[in-house]
Design a protein. Structure first.
Lengths: 154, 389
């Protein structure tokens, strides 16, 4: 990934990579000043792979629990910049763009976590369906409460 | 299958639960052959680590046999006898590639709790609350292991189940404590806690070339193990003033490296312990940290304090002034076991790291409630109860 590259997505596709060597500092200052609501994550992957994974989120093979059709990628909110020291790509997204494959709105944070895990680890680890002593009704209830409180399905 | 489940604070039960199944492509299913109690489990049993839920399966230190693998598993085969690192790591994120496996970015499916309390979420851990992922634990007949190629390590022949099981947690945690302490040949090292992890830290320090290793505890049977099996020097904190004894041992310098292997429910004597107990019981702080305070105060100027014991929240009366003005280095963390376990299994097989003596109480899984009672209260000389489902 080239130094200073920046990618903005528009609609459901990739708008392009803007080679912005020399502008990186300015871009970061802009992000600090005006995008305080963004949800950030650093992904050890190239920006084009992140853009693709973001658009495809919800249809990841080998990822149980996210098998619905992809939601629209409101991608003008997805901002990609190179992370320092070979750490991949800094990703920032506006929270309202996040939604899961079943059409339910989820936090951008959770969606970014899934994208990051798919790209880095090859799958999104889950605990849904593992043994507990709670029984199916209590398990479904605690999972639902956990998700409503902002956690994952654990 | 049968499993030991957490029903509430100080309320455990062996119950029927569903058998695990493959949930991700990189999973394996193991038949558990040996699963050990660990001092850090007591923080869950006693309710000091929050976010346990009724019905959670406990246990994180295990040895098992592979019975099924997912389509993404390449290095394991059905029938392999393996130890499983208690930490779950993807092996591919930036932290894993740097060798800091317990900081893995991708193995806690419920990071919101840890992010709220700690700022960031670490790796998932088997059977260790929903703050570390909510994974089912190993005190069961079968266990599902995510990222099995990363976390399962074949056990050398000749190493018994009851000896090898500690390669899952106690041995790598102890080794990392000495590694983090940067033990050098000629060092004097003090270790607080003579449980399994403390003994392994002491042994690691000796193997790294420490001139003397002193282990602080109060239980005679554990102190005997320190002397007779590990080859270190026991120090009974109920019989002597630890600070004065360590200064005497080092002619006033203080130990070069101090390793805390006790954690948030430390016992001590005197008013400070009473103060800690009351504040913890009232939830005005979450840690009883007397050994950590002692370590910082005793450590020589410019030395290193390495923290292995599990802490969960906030500690009172932390001697930051001593740490700062003496120029100490503090190193902390859950074990990065994936980095160490293959090397440690070789050392265990070669007889360099004795562990079989730790299993004072081998038991059936059906006896696990009694096993935890023995272990918690150190009855009958219990150092570790190991269950065989």
């Amino acid at each position: 990934m080239g130094r200073g590259s920046k990618m903005l997505l528009t609609g459901a596709g990739v708008a392009g990579i803007v080679a912005a060597a020399g502008r990186a500092r300015k871009a970061v200052q802009g992000a600090q000043a005006g995008k305080g609501d963004d949800v950030p994550v650093t992904v050890l992957a190239a920006p084009e792979d992140i853009a693709r994974a973001w658009a495809e989120d919800g249809a990841a093979p080998g990822t149980p629990g996210t098998s619905g059709s992809p939601g629209p990628a409101d991608a003008e909110e997805l901002d990609l910049r190179p992370a320092p020291a070979g750490r991949g790509t800094e990703v920032r997204v506006r929270p309202e763009t996040g939604r899961d494959g079943d059409g339910h709105r989820i936090g951008a944070h959770e969606r970014l976590r899934r994208v990051k895990a798919r790209l880095e680890a090859g799958e999104v680890v889950t605990t849904e369906g593992q043994p507990t002593g709670r029984g199916p009704v209590a398990e479904a209830l605690t999972t639902a409460v956990s998700e409503r409180l902002g956690g994952g399905a654990s | 299958m049968r499993a030991l489940v957490w029903q509430g604070v100080n309320d455990l039960a062996v119950e029927d639960v569903p058998e695990p199944r493959l949930l991700n492509d990189h999973d394996a299913i193991l038949r558990v052959r040996a699963t050990a109690t660990c001092g850090s489990d007591l923080h869950l049993v006693d309710g000091y680590i929050p976010t346990m839920r009724q019905g959670d399966v406990l246990g994180h230190e295990l040895l098992g046999e592979v019975v099924e693998t997912g389509p993404g598993v390449e290095r394991l085969a059905v029938g392999d006898r393996v130890v499983v690192c208690s930490i779950i790591a993807c092996g591919r994120c930036w932290h894993c590639r740097e060798g800091r496996f317990s900081l893995c970015d991708n193995t806690n499916p419920n990071p919101a709790i840890a992010e709220t309390v700690w700022g960031h979420a670490g790796a998932g851990i088997f059977g260790y609350s929903h703050m570390t992922g909510g994974f089912a634990g190993s005190h069961a007949e079968y266990l599902r292991v995510p990222f099995a190629d990363q976390g399962c390590f074949p056990v050398p022949e000749g190493l018994s189940d009851d000896a090898a099981v500690y390669a899952s947690d106690a041995v790598p945690t102890g080794w990392m404590g000495a590694d983090n302490a940067e033990v050098q040949p000629g060092d004097v090292v003090a270790v607080w806690g003579a449980g399994g992890v403390g003994q392994m830290a002491a042994r690691a320090a000796l193997l790294m070339g420490a001139e003397r290793v002193v282990v602080v505890d109060r239980f005679p049977e554990r102190l005997r193990m320190v002397e007779e099996v590990i080859g270190a020097e026991p120090l009974d904190y109920t019989a002597v003033d630890v600070h004065e004894a360590l200064l005497e041992t080092t002619a006033g310098r203080g130990p070069d490296r101090c390793i805390e292997a006790v954690g948030m429910e430390a016992h001590d004597t005197g008013l400070e312990h009473a103060y800690d107990r009351v504040k913890q019981a009232l939830r005005l702080h979450t840690e009883r940290a007397a050994p950590l305070r002692q370590a910082i105060r005793a450590c020589r100027k410019g030395g290193t304090v390495s923290v292995l014991g599990v802490f969960g929240g906030f500690v009172d009366k932390f001697p930051l002034g001593a740490a700062m003005n003496k120029g100490l280095t503090l190193r902390l963390g859950q074990q990065h076991g994936h980095r160490y376990i293959p090397m440690l299994l070789d050392r265990m097989a070669a007889g360099e790291i004795p562990t079989a003596h730790l299993t004072t109480h081998p038991m059936a899984l059906e006896e696990a409630v009694d096993g935890y009672d023995l272990f918690k209260h150190k009855r009958d000389g219990c150092v570790r109860a190991v269950f065989h489902p």
